[in-house]
Ligand binder design. Structure first.
Ligand SMILES: [Zn+2]
Length: 167
């Protein structure tokens, strides 16, 4: 069925009454919503406000000024991004047992962790079997790879450490 004058009049009336295109299509029957929209455009009626759409408020209430977010310290953000990482435990102050090796007896597969003051005769090396990955036993390897501050507090003296570098 085409657009008879009668149907066009109904369309115009319903459109101006504020019905949506699909409502009009249902009312007229045998036309699709798209056909109604097309006809409305051709009739030059499309300028009306469409109440089927949620009307936008003409006046926008000014938003309250957004409070400035405090600058996030990097530390906090990093912690939020990696929540699974627990904070590193503080190393306990430790007293080293004297090692079992000296400069003379230290072998290739012995832990080269210096113990004591290298300037005294008590100075030894750990001497336990070193791990396959490095020059230290497992326990001392763990100490060796602590952050520098932690190592400074509980590790061997500065002299011992510089000495270790040459072994
Ligand atoms: Zn060791």
């Amino acid at each position: 069925m085409g657009w008879t004058d009668e149907r066009v009049d109904v369309l115009k009336k319903l459109w101006l009454d504020g019905l949506s295109a699909s409502q009009i299509a249902k009312h007229l029957g045998e036309v699709t919503r798209n056909a109604v929209i097309g006809k409305v455009h051709r009739l030059g009626l499309s300028g009306r406000a469409t109440p089927s759409q949620p009307a936008r408020p003409a006046f926008k209430a000014p938003r309250p000024p957004r409070p400035l977010a405090p600058p996030q310290p990097f530390q906090r953000r990093a912690a939020a991004e990696h929540p699974a990482l627990p904070p590193l435990p503080r190393p306990e102050p430790r007293v080293e047992e004297p090692g079992t090796a000296t400069v003379l007896t230290l072998g290739a597969h012995m832990c080269k962790w210096p113990i004591g003051d290298p300037s005294t005769e008590d100075f030894t090396f750990c001497g336990r079997r070193s791990s396959d990955e490095g020059p230290y036993c497992i326990e001392h390897a763990r100490l060796a790879y602590q952050p520098p501050q932690a190592r400074k507090r509980s590790g061997p003296s500065e002299l011992a450490r510089s000495l270790r570098r040459y072994i």
